[in-house]
Ligand binder design. Structure first.
Ligand code: DC
Length: 225
């Protein structure tokens, strides 16, 4: 089945979450932040007290998790965890959980099901255009210079009342890039047919415009605008 999927991948701080949310609103499509899924699973694994190094146990905790997305809120087993999944602890541990093939297999099924149940979806993450929807109608890869991404992250933290030194934030970003792109299963990389957008010098609106223009030049299936 052909689906109206907009796949948006890229590293942390590339602007993909904000841009994807706005683009989805503009298109009248569902928005799915797959990073939030991995974060929620990581939170569940941490809370359950198991060792995150134990893939089998992590897989069990993940398989029985109930994840829901409602109006921008993330619900884990019926509880709102939207804020909690952005904690430093979750951010630090999420690459370990996201690297497990068994965890990714469970997420892949959930992500495809969510797309099946919507007329159109903007899905953002690290492997959407490469693994989850290699045949997506539209694919984008957002990137920006590490220093620019670190600056954005630092600002985001500041807004949450957390002051952090620029060097430390940059180091975290580079570490996460390495973990996400060097893992064996579904590493972060640009699909060969994804449109690359360097957002270093672009505003959010300019990036959204580029995406919408591209999408409008290639109309979706059975959705009339
Ligand atoms: O986009 P984010 O920072 O919220 O993502 C959190 C983590 O989840 C990140 O370390 C990479 C991982 N992730 C992934 O492996 N695959 C995805 N499709 C989305 C996120």
């Amino acid at each position: 089945m052909m689906r109206n999927v907009v796949a948006i991948d890229g590293p942390a701080g590339s602007g993909k979450s904000t841009v994807s949310r706005i683009a989805a609103e503009r298109l009248g499509f569902t928005y799915l932040d797959t990073g939030a899924m991995y974060r929620a699973l990581t939170l569940r694994a941490i809370k359950s007290g198991i060792s995150l190094e134990d893939e089998k146990r992590v897989e069990q905790v993940v398989a029985s998790a109930n994840l829901e997305f409602e109006n921008g809120f993330v619900l884990l087993d019926g509880t709102d965890v939207t804020k909690e999944i952005r904690s430093n602890q979750v951010t630090r541990h999420v690459p370990t959980v996201a690297a497990y093939p068994s965890v990714r297999a469970v997420m892949l099924v959930k992500q495809r099901l969510l797309a099946d149940n919507s007329a159109g979806i903007v899905m953002e993450g690290r492997d959407i255009g490469t693994v989850v929807f290699p045949d997506a109608r539209w694919k984008f890869y957002l990137d920006a210079k590490p220093e620019v991404r670190a600056k954005r992250r630092q600002k985001e933290l500041e807004l949450q009342g957390k002051e952090r030194e620029f060097g430390a934030v940059l180091e975290d970003i580079l570490k996460r890039d390495k973990e996400d792109s060097e893992r064996q299963t579904a590493p972060l990389r640009r699909a060969s047919d994804a449109i690359l957008i360097d957002t270093s010098e672009l505003s959010i609106n300019e990036t959204v415009e580029k995406i919408i223009t591209e999408i409008e030049s290639k109309k979706p299936y059975a959705v009339s605008w």
